[in-house]
Ligand binder design. Structure first.
Ligand SMILES: [Zn+2]
Length: 474
């Protein structure tokens, strides 16, 4: 018998052999996965059924593998902008289709399990890369009422499959840490409760035991980076309802990892955790785990920020203060497309010792100053594109004035902030709730600038300012 830990280590090493190379970024559409689903129809080991359509007329498909007695159901991307596990599901299809040393394991899955995959429950949401459906309804608050077409499809399949185990696959915010640590919650698990009391019955208990198994497996690769999602009962959510109806349901939240913006490492972790779960279900090994070990998994805490700057000197009046600053960035979709720009937020100023930044700098001995507005006025974005930005940064200019501009469209890719048209710029201030635009000085020399939450190091000329923002008034 292959040990669970050996099995997962080999999966970890050999992952690239199974990775679906047509999916490499978080933002993809229904039209990107359709040819991959079509391809599965040629393989005898899969059954592919169209089980419904989104309100926008896009197909929702169910892929079935195995002939066993234990039904397992996985569904992903009911939130259109949470696509990490969908990528992992296509990796799993490649794994199941391959012919190599893992054959005994495939044979076992096929003999013991009947696995139903529903990738991309919300294709219209994926089209716009937004959480909700085309009707702007959150499917995961529609399990009780099932008004949306997509929720109906999901519930119908759930009722027909009668799964022993269910996997509810989502993505969570970047802010989560594993407990009170400075480590990002790369994966968070939850055995959703089935009532307000959060009681534990056999169904929920089995989900907890399987989570303990998956946690044990992932701990080999990402120790300290696994957490538990909050377990308040949500009567409108699918996981909570499916648990109540007797399917041991596991929520997997794909979180964040340093320098992995496209979540390709998190995708790999999903691949490993899910295959390890299939193995454990097929040989029953999860039953030996203790529910108590589930309770010991640290809770999700909000300790992470995108950028934390520490110990900078800030002068107010004639006094000096030492402060930390915490900044987050959000992706904002442009016109409901897959194009986006970043918007920064200065979350907090003061003592940020409880937070940790994906980028985290100690600037002791340096002073901080709000970005300045460049005096000259420009006529067009083309004119601005010719500017030597580094020269402006090194003088503290992080804003430039632009006249005669009708649209913001072509401003999203400039590495500087724009003050538009005839607005009269006031002075820029450092304030929680505002955008993050400032520079850091050492011995009278500007060494770093932060433009819209992105840092550039003027000494080493490193860093990437993805975009500034445009303002009518600042
Ligand atoms: Zn979600």
């Amino acid at each position: 018998m292959v040990l669970d830990s050996d099995f997962s280590k080999r999966l970890y090493q050999d992952y690239l052999m199974y990775r679906e190379n047509n999916l490499t970024k978080r933002r993809f559409k229904h039209s990107d996965i359709l040819p991959l689903i079509e391809r599965l129809k040629d393989k005898d080991i899969f059954k592919v059924n169209k089980v419904g359509e989104s309100v926008g007329g896009r197909s929702i498909n169910l892929v079935t593998y195995g002939e066993g007695e234990i039904p397992v159901f996985l569904w992903s991307q009911m939130h259109g902008d949470e696509s990490t596990a969908t990528m992992a599901i296509f990796d799993i299809f490649n794994f199941l289709s391959a012919n190599d040393d893992f054959n005994p394991c495939r044979k076992k899955f096929s003999k013991k399990l009947k696995i139903y995959f529903m990738p991309m429950v919300n294709p219209d949401g994926a089209e716009l890369f937004q959480r909700e459906t085309a009707l702007n309804i959150d499917i995961n608050r529609d399990a009780a009422r099932t008004q949306t077409t997509e929720a109906k499809v999901l519930f119908e399949v759930f009722n027909s499959v009668k799964a022993k185990f269910g996997f509810n696959l989502h993505d969570q915010d970047r802010v989560y840490s594993a407990g009170q640590s400075h480590r990002s919650a790369a994966i968070s698990f939850l055995a959703p409760p089935f009532n307000f009391n959060r009681d534990i019955n056999k169904t929920r208990g089995d989900a907890m035991k399987l989570i303990v198994k998956m946690n044990e497996i992932l701990m080999q690769f990402i120790p300290g980076h696994i957490a538990k999602y909050t377990d308040e009962f949500e009567p409108r959510a699918f996981g909570d309802n499916f648990q109540k109806l007797g399917t041991s349901t596991i929520l997997i939240e794909s979180g964040s990892w340093h320098e992995d913006p496209e979540k390709q490492f998190i995708r790999k972790l999903n691949f490993i955790a899910l295959l390890a779960a299939f193995k454990s279900i097929s040989d029953g090994s999860y039953k030996k785990n203790e529910i108590d070990s589930y309770n010991k998994i640290p809770d999700n805490q909000k300790n992470m920020m995108d950028l934390v700057i520490r110990n900078v000197k800030y002068t107010w009046g004639d006094k000096e203060y030492y402060i930390d600053l915490g900044i987050n960035r959000t992706e904002v979709n442009i016109n409901g497309s897959h194009k986006f720009y970043y918007e920064s937020m200065l979350e907090e100023i003061g003592d940020l010792s409880v937070f940790h930044g994906y980028e985290d700098y100690d600037f002791e001995g340096c002073s901080i100053h709000p970005g300045k507005i460049y005096g000259r006025e420009f006529e067009s974005p083309e004119e601005i594109k010719k500017i030597d930005f580094i020269s402006l940064y090194s003088q503290g200019y992080l804003f430039i004035k632009l006249f005669n501009q009708q649209t913001r469209e072509d401003l999203y890719n400039l590495p500087i902030n724009i003050v538009l048209n005839n607005s009269s710029p006031k002075s820029v201030v450092l304030k929680a709730g505002s955008r993050a635009n400032f520079y850091i000085e050492k011995n009278g020399q500007i060494e770093y600038v932060v433009v819209n939450g992105f840092m550039f190091n003027l000494r080493s000329k490193t860093g990437e300012i993805k975009n500034g923002l445009s303002f009518y008034d600042i």
